[in-house]
Design a protein around this ligand. Structure first.
Ligand SMILES: [Zn+2]
Ligand SMILES: [Zn+2]
Ligand SMILES: [Zn+2]
Ligand SMILES: [Zn+2]
Ligand SMILES: [Zn+2]
Length: 749
């Protein structure tokens, strides 16, 4: 009868943790009387600190609070045009951060003070009116399937950007396809700035890969992903896991729309190999997970290159995806909410749904059969405007106009003052080790909050950036003036303007890109010959060190020197043989004069010579210059017409020697129109054929190169090579020759 009660119960003896306290020491940094704050990310805490720091210069009264938002609001208006609107969200988010920080560290702000300030900054409030605050800047835009497919076609067949790390091209596209096809936020799979350095995002271990028999009885791959939703209410066990697949028996589409293709970068076991489990699926710099910041920046720049001057962000694609899922009667509310990471229908209705519900209300009223075509989709297409003839750098006339402005000249004078006293190297060239170092720094160790507080960049670099932003501004104005407000459609109307080396020229020095450009637009399945060839080429691209290469000018030279300098190999080979000519379009040597003449004849009659003729360095190799006057002079022999100039100075000297400053017609008869003066003639050659205006001067003038006229392109190949570092080859709105910005139009002796 004295038996302990517990032993009469069934099952193992229950633990009582309070009785197992031997050796437990109380950590007073955790166990104390302080109230516990809401748990937030480090970056949020930093933001809070900053707002509090701002506040510390004030004393607390309602007047101080009002002054605080007034000052922030006025600063946000700085540099804006009077009728430019300011979004309420921006100012309100600063205010929210401040109040959250205050509550956290100092205690509560009286409730009526809060209400007063909130009312003050509303669009209808006194300060709201003063700052021209609007509730929002227009409805959520939707980026449709047409936008995505054009972006893909452009990216793989026309893009002139060269990535310093070729794998980024693959991963950028893979990340975009996956995100768009699963209606993701940018932070669902990539590391967002608010989770800076947390490594949170999609890794191989967060995915499941299966092979299964599809509707046609064929094997097919599918991948299940995990969305890393932000916010308290999403426990790790509740994260959505959508999937991507190969579309089964449906009509095959262009290979670049197949999301599985761009994931096959490793040898694929159905169980991921242990060595890749912790690797990110989308790689950023140095093998770390791609950051949302890098992705968004690259997506924006890609879409601008593709002709969308006001490009949609990933969220516009998400909105389109969720709108279409919602319109699909086969999807339940729960399915859509899970995909979106929502807990009710409210957010969909408020933030994502198209305002045109896309239903045939006409038919509904008349009680007739509804038509199957969704007219709302057509209207949604209008939300993203497309300009197939967008200028990607300022036309020379605009550039000259800008460089006459006081603002521009003042900055130029400051740069000159600096460069003549202290510096000789161009500071903003990517070859500059200091630049590289800093870029690395930004990518790897700086949190977004720290970037703001970093010491100012070198003054000259900052000044050059100011010049660039002035150019960017007038380019934006040009875009607005020339906007035709079109919708992505007839792809044959697309021309790239203001680019010296469009993809049509780069094809010869980008063997893998050229191959992919031909393969990826083919509608085919992954297991077709084309699909497999595309896969092999993509894996090669991911593993290569550079996107650019000139296969015909190999690594070992006839003088048995191993050299990566293509100009040396070219010259050396020509010396070795009694006759040798290299075709820079076909990457092929010809050793017979007659065959060479015939070869040139073929090129000229096929009429595929690009419009852009300037000499250009491309990583370790170059695109030779051609002479507009010889090239299109049908009186000359074909070999003479196609003469290649292999260095910038050879090319410039030759064109200067022609001494042509005006002709009534462009030497290229494909160009229509006539020119009434030298100015318009030179502008045409400069803008379209990329022959700098300074080379088009009358014959008798004695010429001397200006002292500042040395552009980085003339540096030896070794130095101009971009490393495999985290520095992305970025597209800068430089004109033909960065040197001319500061030297005017060539030194006139
Ligand atoms: Zn040699
Ligand atoms: Zn050829
Ligand atoms: Zn001929
Ligand atoms: Zn010539
Ligand atoms: Zn022309």
């Amino acid at each position: 009868m004295d038996a302990p009660k517990k032993s009469s119960r069934r099952g193992p003896r229950r633990k009582n943790y309070m009785k197992q306290q031997d050796g437990v020491e109380i950590d007073t940094s955790i166990v104390n009387n302080k109230p516990v704050n809401k748990n937030v990310e480090d970056i949020t805490e930093k933001n809070y600190e900053r707002q509090l720091q701002n506040w510390d210069d004030f004393v607390d009264s309602l007047e101080d609070l009002k002054e605080y938002v007034f000052r922030i609001g006025m600063a946000m208006r700085g540099g804006k045009l009077p009728d430019e609107r300011l979004s309420w969200k921006g100012l309100n988010s600063y205010w929210k951060k401040f109040t959250a920080a205050y509550n956290r560290e100092r205690g509560t702000i009286p409730k009526d003070h809060l209400t007063s300030v909130t009312r003050l900054i509303e669009p209808r409030g006194a300060l709201g009116k003063r700052l021209n605050i609007v509730a929002d800047k227009g409805p959520r835009r939707h980026a449709t399937a047409e936008v995505l497919t054009w972006a893909g076609e452009f990216f793989w067949t026309l893009d002139w950007k060269i990535f310093a790390r070729p794998r980024l091209r693959n991963d950028l596209w893979a990340a975009l396809l996956q995100s768009v096809f699963t209606a993701a936020r940018v932070s669902d799979y990539l590391e967002s700035s608010s989770r800076y350095n947390s490594n949170i995002g999609l890794h191989y271990k967060d995915t499941q890969f299966i092979v299964y028999q599809n509707e046609r009885g064929e094997p097919e791959f599918a991948l299940q992903l995990t969305k890393f939703l932000k916010g308290r209410c999403h426990l790790p066990s509740t994260l959505p896991t959508p999937d991507i697949h190969e579309r089964g028996k449906l009509e095959p589409q262009a290979l670049y729309t197949n999301p599985i293709l761009f994931l096959a970068k490793e040898i694929i076991p159905i169980q991921w190999h242990g060595s890749v489990l912790n690797s990110p699926i989308f790689c950023g710099a140095s093998g770390r997970i791609m950051t949302a910041g890098l992705f968004s920046k690259e997506l924006r720049s890609l879409l601008i290159r593709a002709g969308f001057p006001n490009p949609p962000g990933l969220h516009s694609f998400r909105a389109e995806g969720l709108t279409n899922i919602d319109a699909n009667p086969n999807c339940s509310d729960i399915q859509r909410q899970t995909m979106a990471g929502h807990v009710n229908n409210h957010i969909q209705a408020r933030h994502y749904a198209s305002r045109n519900p896309g239903i045939d209300s006409q038919a509904a009223f008349m009680r007739t059969q509804a038509r199957l075509m969704n007219i709302g989709e057509l209207f949604r297409n209008l939300e993203i405007s497309w300009e197939p003839e967008l200028w990607h750098s300022l036309p020379i006339a605009k550039k000259e106009q800008l460089s006459m402005s006081d603002e521009y000249r003042e900055i130029e004078a400051q740069i000159r003052a600096f460069t003549t006293t202290k510096l000789e190297l161009p500071m903003d060239s990517p070859t500059d080790p200091e630049f590289k170092h800093e870029a690395k720094h930004e990518v790897i160790t700086m949190s977004p909050a720290e970037v703001d507080e970093a010491p100012l960049a070198h003054p000259v670099r900052k000044l050059r950036r100011d010049l660039e932003s002035l150019e960017k501004k007038s380019l934006n104005m040009l875009w607005e003036e020339t906007s035709k407000g079109m919708v992505v459609g007839d792809k044959r109307t697309f021309v790239c303007r203001g680019i010296s080396r469009p993809f049509s020229r780069l094809r010869s020095v980008m063997p893998l890109r050229r191959q992919l450009a031909d393969l990826l637009t083919i509608p085919a399945r992954l297991r077709s010959t084309e699909g497999k060839a595309a896969l092999v080429a993509l894996v090669k691209l991911c593993n290569s060190k550079t996107e650019a290469d000139r296969p015909g000018l190999g690594a070992t030279c006839h003088c048995s020197r191993s050299s990566s300098d293509h100009l040396h190999i070219y010259k050396c080979t020509k010396k070795q043989f009694s006759f040798a000519e290299f075709c820079f379009f076909c990457n092929q040597w010809l050793y017979d004069a007659e065959a060479w003449e015939r070869h040139c004849h073929d090129h000229l009659t096929q009429d595929l010579i690009p419009m852009e003729l300037s000499w250009k360095r491309v990583e370790t190799t170059f695109l030779p210059g051609h002479c507009p006057f010889c090239l299109w002079d049908t009186g000359l022999g074909c070999a003479k017409r196609l003469q290649s100039f292999c260095s910038l100075s050879d090319w410039e000297t030759h064109i200067r020697a022609h001494g042509v400053s005006w002709q009534e017609r462009c030497p290229n008869l494909r160009c229509e129109g006539s020119f009434h003066d030298g100015e318009s003639y030179q502008n045409h050659l400069h803008d379209l054929h990329r022959v700098p205006k300074k080379l088009l001067l009358p014959a008798q003038t004695s010429l001397k190169r200006g002292v500042d006229d040395v552009s980085q392109e003339e540096l030896p190949a070794k130095k101009a090579k971009l490393g495999d570092g985290p520095v992305e080859a970025r597209f800068v709105f430089h004109y033909c020759d960065p040197g001319e910005t500061f030297s005017g139009k060539g030194g006139l002796a």
